[in-house]
Structure formats: C-alpha cells, structure tokens
Write a protein that binds this ligand. Sequence first.
Ligand SMILES: Cc1cc2nc3c(=O)[nH]c(=O)nc-3n(C[C@H](O)[C@H](O)[C@H](O)COP(=O)(O)OP(=O)(O)OC[C@H]3O[C@@H](n4cnc5c(N)ncnc54)[C@H](O)[C@@H]3O)c2cc1C
Length: 470
Amino acid sequence: MNKIKQSSYDLIIVGAGSGGCSAAIEACKKGLTVCLIDRKPKELIGKKVCGDLIGQAHIKFLENKMRLKYPKDKIECIINQTETINTKNKKSYLSYEKGYMLNRHTFGQFFLAHTKKLGVTIIDNQKVIAPIIKNDFLIGVILKDNDSGNETKIYSKIVIDSSGAISALREKVKIKGTYLENKIKKSDFAVSLRQIRTLKKGLDFTHAKLILSEKYAKSGYIWIFPYSKTKVNVGIGVPIKGKVPNLNNALEAFIKDNKIFDNSKIIDSGGGIIPLRRPLDSMVSNGFMVVGDTASQVNPITGGGIGQSILAGYIAADVAYKAIKKNDFSQEGLWEYNLKFIKFNEYSQKKGDDTKYYNGTLQANLDVVKQFYQSSSEEELEYISNNYLNDDIFKNLSIKGQFSISSKLKIKIIIAIIKKPKIFLKLFNMAIKIKKISKLYKNYPKTPKEFPKWKNKIDKEYQHINKLLN
Ligand SMILES: Cc1cc2nc3c(=O)[nH]c(=O)nc-3n(C[C@H](O)[C@H](O)[C@H](O)COP(=O)(O)OP(=O)(O)OC[C@H]3O[C@@H](n4cnc5c(N)ncnc54)[C@H](O)[C@@H]3O)c2cc1C
C-alpha cells in the first residue's frame, strides 16, 4: 500500500498525464507544495492509446518556456509534413507543420521523472473518487487505494483536475454561483481505435497522412503516422453521432485495402475517446481548475491535445500560484486562467520565430470548421475540394481556422457558385460564423460577473450554427 505522509498541500493535481505533470512542474518551481495523484502505478504512467504525434511548437514550448529539453534520441521520427487525402476525388493537401513521433510511455515517464526531481509528492495506484466541498469551496479529494480499497482524504487550497476525457471530478464539482461547465455533450466526443503495426514492406513516405473517407470513417478520418519505414501508428476516429460504425471492422477493411499493410503485424492496439469542441466556456470554480482533456482543450480538427494540455498546465500553475499568494482561491481569483488559455499568444513574441501558437480562440474557430465538415456529404466535400480549395486555403482553414477565397481562383469560383449556390452559401455562412466567434472570444469576460451575458451570446451562436448546418 502507498503510504500517504502528508494530508495537506497548496495544490492537489489529479492525473499525471501531460497536463497534470506540466502543472506540477511549474507549480513546484514556483515554490508551492504539490501532490500529484494517479490511479496507475508509477511505472505505467504516460502509457496511453494515442497517435503519438506532437507539433514542433509544443516541444519548443517545453524547451523555451519550461526549460525542459526532451532528448532528441527519444524522438522516434521527425514528421516534416502532413498530407490530407480525400479518397473520393483522390485530391490531397499538404501542410508543412513540423512534428515529432513520440513513444508516449517514454514521454510520460520523462515528465514524471521531472516532477519527482523537483520534489512533487507523487501518489500512484490510487484513484480519486470524490471531491470534498465545504462552504462552497473545493477543499480536497477522497482517494481509494487500488490494492487495499482503503479510502483517504487529502486537502489543498486548490485542486487541478487533469484526469483526462472521463474526468474524475468535473461533473461532481457543482458549486452555486460558479460557472464551470460541468458536462461535455456525448456528440462532442470522438471515439477512436489505434493500432501500432510493424510492416513487412518498407514505406515509401515518412510524413503523416490523414485520410478522409466516407467508406471507412464517415465524418471522421483515418491516420497513418510513421515511427520508421517499417513501423506505423494507424487509427480511426469518428464522432459519437447517430450510429457509430464498428471501428474494428472499419479499420480492418481499410488495412485490407491498402497494400502497405500486407503481412503487417499488430504490436499494440487500443481504443480511446477524445473531446472535440471548443474549450469549456469556463474552466474554473471555487478552489478548482480543469486542464487538458478534462477541459476539452483538444484541437477539434486533428484530435491533437498533448501540446495543449502542457500549455494549459503551465498557465494553470501560474494562476494558482498567484491566487495562493493573494489568498483568493475563489472563481474570481482563478478567472485569469480562462482568459489566458483563450488568448494565449506568447509563442510569437520573439522576432523571427515562426512557431505558431495555440489558444482557446483558435480552438473555437476550428470547432466551427469541424461542425461544417461533419455536416457535409461526401459529394459536397468533393465539390468544395474540386472548386474552392488549394493547399494554402486548406491550410488556413484546417490549421488557423480562417477561411478566405483566393482571388486566383475567382473565375473558377464564380462558375462553382452558379452551379451549386447552396454549397457556396454554406461556405459563406461558415466564414461569417468564424468571424463572429473570434470576435466573441476577443471579448471574453474579464471577470465572472460579465460571464452569463457572454455565455448567452456564445450559446446562441453555436445553436445557430447547428441550425444552419443540420
Ligand atoms: C486514439 C487517440 C489518438 C490521439 N492522438 C493524438 C496525437 O497524435 N497527438 C496529440 O497531440 N494528441 C493525441 N490524442 C489526444 C491526447 O492523447 C490527449 O489530448 C492528451 O493525452 C491529454 O492529456 P491529459 O493530461 O489531459 O490527459 P491524459 O493523458 O488522459 O492523462 C490523464 C491521467 O489521469 C489519470 N486518471 C484518470 N482518472 C483518474 C482518477 N480518478 N484518479 C487518479 N488519476 C486518474 C490517468 O491514469 C492518466 O494518467 C489522441 C487521443 C486518442 C484517444
């Protein structure tokens, strides 16, 4: 049994994934006493079903902001570009965002080792089962030991929940007068199946492939991310909307139809769920913050969330530190976390550094693009891809959440509008909605007092998008 020596900390962090470890490292560096809890035994922390691809920007963030250098020899493969392929018209789009293939387990253990080195108290093999709420404040958590079944209470000034998509606490922390969004709709999740395969024939590419195909993954996609010429991470993800296909059958059918997988062997397989939407409208309550998948801080187009959880953990730790210094752990005292995640733009501060930044506003824009994609038929997507898109427009749309029609394509587009005005109207509406959402996020409330009014507006916009698209 895991002995718990101390029962009170400045900060309790639930979940030692990338978000939790990032928050623990930053908080500990600032001098807070931190307790990091995970239900897994220490040696399994970091092991997670994942596509294992992280953008270069996030590794740079680790190095520049957190002073953590991930060893080069631990990177499995450098990915120089991503090819998105529409199987219907065989068109493909290239974007040149650099990324790295990780071994998630090794990456997780690297992170965990740093928390330990800095003096974070790690409690492993214990599951957080309930919040402790007193006088409308979250003041601690109840843990259950996996082996003995014994329950323990530990206390803190602030609790960060970074326990992943199926959160340990978020839905249970309902405190009157606070605005934390407790629930994520089922239809905002994607369900996925991932395999790691060794290949008999060597690959003739070392870039990432995203395959859009109604046949195998309606409204979702299949990915192939190489670790090497003879080892790939392949998976399928689809939204939980209507009838969800049998992912095993769909992936097997795709693999059977693709010669690169002939005589390949599965060396690991598993499923997972990913929240694909804008970040929670508010991610704080009295004594409580949510980070990573728990806060839905995932790119709704790609499903990538490792980097965002690291960024959010870093911001959350900073805000928690300031709140503790001011002795104000209320929703208001922690509100800055919402603002910072939504508006973060510090990557681009250095002159000549072209590293893109990620923030909640970009995520909300991409959520509009996602809804548009999911509501389009294969024929509509084919028509758009044939008439409206080139590499640049596709890149702006899928990476920056911006849509503008290039003047070079004008004549082609006028013909396309005349032929299919409804499709043009749909694109036009999407562009308008992206602008509206961006503006609302620019005016994200500076204090909780103004939040209900903002929330009302944002809900109306998304309801309208739903109405327009479905
Ligand atoms: C199939 C799949 C493919 C993906 N591919 C990519 C990709 O290629 N690139 C990318 O960037 N992102 C990808 N993602 C998303 C990415 O994995 C997540 O966004 C990221 O891991 C989120 O980190 P986190 O720290 O929020 O949560 P997690 O990594 O899920 O960590 C949560 C931790 O909390 C612990 N925990 C859970 N419940 C409790 C409890 N009750 N008590 C104590 N501890 C608890 C868990 O054991 C775990 O260690 C993918 C996800 C899936 C499912």
